[in-house]
Design a protein around this ligand. Sequence first.
Ligand code: S3P
Length: 178
Amino acid sequence: MSAHAVNLYLVGFMGTGKSTVGRLLARQLGMQFLDSDHEIERTAGKPVARIFAEDGEPRFRAMEREFIERGHPVQGVIVACGGGLVVPPGMLELLHGRGIVICLHAPIETILQRTMHTTHRPLLQVEDPEARLRELYAQREEIYRRTGTMVLTDKRPMREIAAHVLRVYRLEAAHFRK
Ligand code: S3P
């Protein structure tokens, strides 16, 4: 049954908890969980930071598109999408054609706290990561708002966030037509 469930795509800025929520829900629903960054790393045979450094960001974005177009099962999966995956034109439409899209949201201050001391995100390996984050957040906020239902992840227990995402997913999946 769950192997035939409509796909769920979790989108949103870095550090909003897409992978944590996705993994939890996949376990609850008996669905497969995939993280777009990890799948791309597996295909490329190197970490995202090296793809950015050696092949450039446009190549990474092309790999994200390939993964969504033909690199994952058409049903039964929950995908945690890298933060920039929905940004290039056409990506959001692609996702909407394939399943339910839910955006996890958190205020910039929370994102800063969650990401400032991590080292695996190439976009933040700059002299002033805070300024970079604020700039990206401002550039993308509009795009994330257009993705669909937004679920606030700030100052809420994980199980509550997951339950909220599940309610939205079930409601929207009931009306989903490919
Ligand atoms: C990116 C977010 C990252 C990863 C890459 C680029 C972005 O994913 O895909 O570093 O452009 O926002 P997470 O959202 O899982 O950190």
